[in-house]
Design a protein around this ligand. Structure first.
Ligand code: NAI
Length: 483
């Protein structure tokens, strides 16, 4: 089997070389095709950080083993790491955090074992990177949470939890505040949970989750979250097991998968041959399991665990009284330990299985659409306007444009209602939302909304608009704070 390998930037080449040396010593039956991706490819003028040949190779081979990559700052280009995950629809980011003997943490010292798998949604949320300046003072980020996208990642999390005989699967969310976006994710979680009655499924609000993970990490097993919350919570979990040097990740899609460490290019230590290759090695071990090379994966993992038990360490962890090994020496020790088993938590050397990776080559994009149907009606519109005037003045001016079809329901500023009721203690910024609804709940059409837009634009600069929909009589929009 052939896989694509991108060494990456900063410490990437050093740690990737170390890992491939370990793979070769363990006689891993993989061939590697090195592809051009990373900062130096951006610098050559490729705006997505990879050459066309690299893209083609990865799409043909279906597996990318990737070193960390730097996103050039201030050049208006998007992160290559995020672009790769999104372009190839690797919708689930799986990160396993386990106690490693030889890596001291407050929990290992207290004898509290940790084995937490975070599944982070990998495509949507604020990572769409859809941002606009509405006024010079106001930036807006659009946060997309979709039913099909949520279902894909949640289904993956449940299936993985079932295979690993998980004790519990938890949804982390903020649905108490973001009732529609996180509410949708949570709704999907419990919808899928019904198909897995054997698994204990529950949910925890993300701030409470962070506290509980720090206080009692051994209470958690599999946790699934939206993209940004998952990003933050997984770094928290990395801290529980010894830091970013021990945090592997797998980006799972239906056709293409990317295996990489959670950490970045570590520019502060790049080129010094002192980086810790463990996180990348653990990502590589996960990749071997993914392609069915279970025995090789266990061989290498046992050699790594044995090495850590011996107290061999790089400079970022371990007993400070024992001189650290550099990256090369650390990999050499793992190589010398191939065939040895750690005293604790040795991995079973299961027989290899046939790879379940299917690299299909779709000839068109797949439309993910749920079968939900409902009676849909436009009942109003939110017009986001730029203005430094006071709420009463805005309401009075807007009233003139309401005509016979619309009435102003409220005016809000940063999501807080400031008209018809509000408080003088609410500080304002120069961007308001004027909410119009139809008189007597009559159905509106888009032409009505455009007519209102044109009329309002005589008085205001309109930054953005959102239709207010009702589905089967249920509001498909949130209320302003205080409405
Ligand atoms: P970073 O993860 O590169 O470094 C944070 C700290 O951890 C630094 O002190 C670094 O020396 C240390 N560190 C990280 N990996 C280590 C290792 N293997 N061994 C020993 N120490 C290690 O995060 P930072 O500095 O915020 O980002 C640097 C660059 O990496 C940025 O350009 C960022 O965009 C990129 N990045 C790339 C990622 C990827 O390719 N998936 C992920 C995160 C950041």
């Amino acid at each position: 089997m052939k896989i694509a390998v991108a060494k990456g930037d900063g410490i990437g080449p050093e740690i990737m070389n170390a890992v491939i040396r370990v793979f070769n010593a363990a006689e891993v039956p993989l061939e590697y095709e090195y592809v051009d991706m990373g900062k130096w490819v951006f610098d050559k003028g490729f705006n997505n950080g990879m050459t066309d040949a690299a893209k083609q190779t990865i799409e043909e081979l279906g597996i990318l083993f990737k070193g960390p990559m730097e996103t050039p700052k201030g050049k208006g280009v998007k992160s290559i790491n995020v672009t790769a995950r999104k372009t190839w629809n690797t919708y689930a980011n799986k990160r396993v955090f386990q106690t490693l003997h030889g890596v001291d943490t407050v929990f290992s010292k207290a004898g509290i074992p940790i084995d937490i798998t975070i599944v982070r949604e990998n495509i949507e949320d604020t990572y769409g990177g859809i941002e606009h300046m509405l006024t010079h003072d106001v930036a807006l980020s659009r946060r997309f949470i979709t039913r099909p996208g949520s279902m894909q990642v949640i289904r993956y999390a449940f299936e993985m939890a079932k295979q690993k005989n998980a004790r519990r699967i938890t949804c982390g969310h903020k649905a108490n505040i973001m009732k529609l976006t996180d509410g949708l994710f949570l709704e999907c979680f419990y919808e899928v949970a019904k198909e897995y009655p054997e698994l204990k499924a529950d949910d925890v609000i993300v701030d409470d989750l962070c506290m509980k993970l720090v206080v009692q990490p051994n209470n958690f097993d599999v946790v699934v979250l939206t993209n940004l919350q998952g990003d933050i919570v997984s770094d928290l979990c990395a801290g529980l097991v010894g830091g970013l040097g021990f945090a592997p990740s797998a980006n799972i899609g239906d056709h293409i998968c990317i295996f990489e460490a959670v950490h970045g290019t570590a520019p502060d230590i790049a080129g010094k041959n002192i980086a810790n290759p463990t996180a990348l090695l653990l990502s590589g071990i996960a990749m071997l399991r993914h392609v069915g090379l279970l025995e090789k994966a266990a061989h290498i993992e046992n050699a790594l665990l044995y090495t850590l038990e011996q107290g061999v360490h790089t400079g970022d962890f371990g007993d400070k009284s024992v001189p650290p090994a550099n990256t090369t020496a650390f990999a050499d020790t793992i190589i010398a330990n191939i065939g040895k088993k750690p005293q604790l938590n040795a991995k079973p050397e299961l027989a290899d299985v046939a790879s379940t990776c299917t690299v299909l080559h779709p000839d068109k994009n797949t439309m993910l659409e749920s079968k939900e149907t409902s009676q849909e009606k436009i009942v109003g519109v939110d017009l986001f306007i730029e203005s430094s005037e006071l709420p009463e003045v805005i309401a009075k001016k807007s009233q003139r444009h309401a005509g016979v079809k619309f009435k102003i329901v409220n005016v809000s500023n940063r999501g807080t209602q400031v008209w018809p009721t509000g408080s003088v203690f609410t500080d304002l910024v120069n961007q308001y939302n004027v909410r119009f609804e139809s008189i007597d709940g009559h159905s509106l059409n888009q032409q009505d909304v455009i007519g209102l837009y044109v009329s309002m634009s005589g008085d205001f600069k309109i930054c953005s608009l959102e239709l207010l929909n009702e589905w089967d009589g249920k509001k498909a929009y949130s209320l302003a704070q205080g409405q």
